[in-house]
Write a protein that binds this ligand. Structure first.
Ligand SMILES: [Zn+2]
Length: 381
């Protein structure tokens, strides 16, 4: 079973948008009230919290029964995450100013923070391409939505469970959970090796390279902007930075989706599996580079790896993760390994057999070969 989230854009009329906005404000006001009770009474579990708050927030904030329960669960979930972060030391060591401050007050929610909806407060009319959704002004019917043909197909066939109502950059969205049952894995006839990198986001053993130029240009521009705005420290500068960061993350995700789709389609078309570097290995390799690159790129590697993984599972394409050690220094033709084989970032030139290839493509071929060997070992009868 693969779980994934399909995002569709809502196209509300101005009146519908006002009702949605009023609803998010009401549920998040309620969440703040519940959070204050949780904090004051040191009562953080969903079940206990419901006993203390359910009846009166329903009345106080004009919430439907389901909405009130979702608000309480949202608060309980937020405290669980917060306490896990405390334990993991992500909020600073005990006694530090930052941690003391974080611990000294209840969690608060933005007025337009996302709100989960289940099937009782949100129904989907796929044919009409509208939803009917609970709001504090009553049930809104005929709220139009739009999405790509692929998104709509997935939504129609596999939507299950909750959807989040999200207000972002002036637009309205539903993030719907879909559950896709596993497709049986086809026995691979060879492997397509994939090397992940920075100059090239990905390169395959077939010689296809996916340039990181566009993405790196955006990152560079944002880094420059960050440098200028950070000096200002104003509220509007912070808001602009946050907006840019989100936009950059969305752009990276779109790019990763496109690349993952092309790679999986190519493997499927040729009956091969996909060989990827082991993610732990990617983390280690990136860690060796400049520190700022780690924060900029490591999550992006993981995202691309994860996208390829789930798209492959959906298509029944085998995926194998291999040890990435020396894939960039080893000759994919004769196996000779040496630092001198890699005279510069782009070039692979074997000092033993003279084989020449783009460095990333050579690495991808080594990954493919390790995939074949690894599959044979793990699938030996
Ligand atoms: Zn060689």
């Amino acid at each position: 079973m693969v779980k994934l989230v399909v995002q569709v854009k809502l196209l509300p009329t101005p009146e519908q948008a006002a009702a949605l906005e009023g609803t998010l404000h009401a549920v998040n006001t309620a969440a703040d009230l519940v959070s204050a009770v949780a904090f004051a009474q040191r009562c953080f579990r969903n079940y206990d919290l419901r006993e203390h708050t359910y009846a009166w927030i329903k009345a106080e904030c004009g919430l439907a029964a389901q909405a009130a329960q979702h608000v309480i669960k949202k608060v309980a979930d937020a405290y669980r995450t917060f306490h896990a972060n405390l334990r993991a030391g992500n909020v600073g060591a005990p006694g530090t100013k930052r941690r003391t401050r974080a611990e000294s007050r209840p969690i608060t929610f933005r007025p337009d923070a996302a709100q989960p909806y289940d099937d009782r407060c949100l129904s989907w009319l796929m044919q009409a391409r509208t939803v009917s959704i609970w709001t504090t002004r009553g049930r809104l019917k005929n709220v139009a939505f739009t999405g790509s043909p692929e998104q709509l197909k997935t939504l129609n066939a596999c939507r299950k469970g909750e959807s989040d109502l999200v207000h972002r950059d002036g637009g309205w969205y539903l993030y719907a959970t879909c559950e896709i049952s596993d497709v049986p894995v086809t026995e691979p006839d060879g492997f397509l090796g994939v090397d992940l990198g920075i100059a090239n986001i990905a390169a395959t053993g077939d010689g296809t390279r996916y340039s990181g130029k566009g993405l790196n240009a955006v990152r560079h521009r944002n880094r420059e902007l960050r440098r200028r705005l950070q000096a200002k420290q104003t509220k509007s500068a912070r808001r602009l930075l946050k907006k840019r960061r989100r936009k950059e993350a969305r752009f990276a995700a779109d790019t990763n989706h496109t690349i993952a789709k092309q790679i999986v389609t190519e493997a499927e078309r040729t009956g091969r599996g996909i060989a990827l570097e082991d993610l732990q290995g990617i983390r280690d390799r990136v860690r060796l580079r400049k520190p700022q690159r780690v924060t900029l790129h490591s999550w992006s590697f993981h995202q691309l790896g994860a996208f390829i993984g789930y798209k492959a599972r959906r298509a029944g394409v085998a995926v194998i993760y291999v040890d990435p050690a020396y894939t960039s220094r080893q000759c994919s033709a004769c196996g000779h390994t040496g630092r001198a084989n890699r005279p510069d970032q782009e070039t692979f030139l074997c000092t033993s057999c003279g084989f020449a290839e783009h460095a990333d493509v050579n690495a991808a071929r080594n990954i493919a070969a390790r995939g074949v060997a690894g599959w044979a070992v793990s699938h030996a009868a």
